[in-house]
Design a protein. Structure first.
Length: 142
């Protein structure tokens, strides 16, 4: 049976992102990218095995905050933080309150927007992953 994993960096005082996420600050203002997640951005080649492990799952679940800075009705031009070829290379189930059609990207990533809760997202992710693991990917507000 497959596992459900979650790889998430957290500060000792319990923060996983800074406040006030925006286009200018994808991980929030302050220490998120500057400190907490710096290892991913400044030395990705040194941490290749860890980064590959994070993206090796058969399906992913993330919150809307991780997919993008928008709240409310979707900006359909927005396709995520990762450019034309996100690192997931599989189905990504995005938890949201606002419906949106699935978004297929280069490299095999398809974002599927789930409006009926985490249980529904998990069931769909497990089915899509088959024997492979399901990874829960960040998306915390702070």
């Amino acid at each position: 049976m497959s596992k459900v994993t979650c790889d998430m960096g957290m500060s000792l005082d319990g923060f996983v992102a800074g406040p006030n996420q925006s286009l200018e600050h994808p991980l929030g203002e302050g220490g998120a990218k500057e400190c907490l997640h710096r290892w991913m951005f400044e030395e990705p080649e040194r941490h290749t095995a860890v980064l590959e492990g994070i993206t090796a799952a058969g399906a992913f679940i993330m919150g809307r905050n991780m997919f993008g800075p928008g709240r409310g009705v979707w900006d359909l031009e927005w396709k995520g933080w990762w450019g034309e070829e996100p690192p997931y290379h599989g189905p990504v189930f995005v938890l949201t309150h606002h419906p949106r059609e699935p978004l297929a990207m280069k490299g095999g990533t398809t974002f599927v927007f789930v409006t009926d809760g985490i249980e529904a997202a998990m069931a769909r992710a497990r089915e899509a992953a088959g024997d492979r693991d399901v990874a829960v990917a960040g998306g915390a507000e702070r």
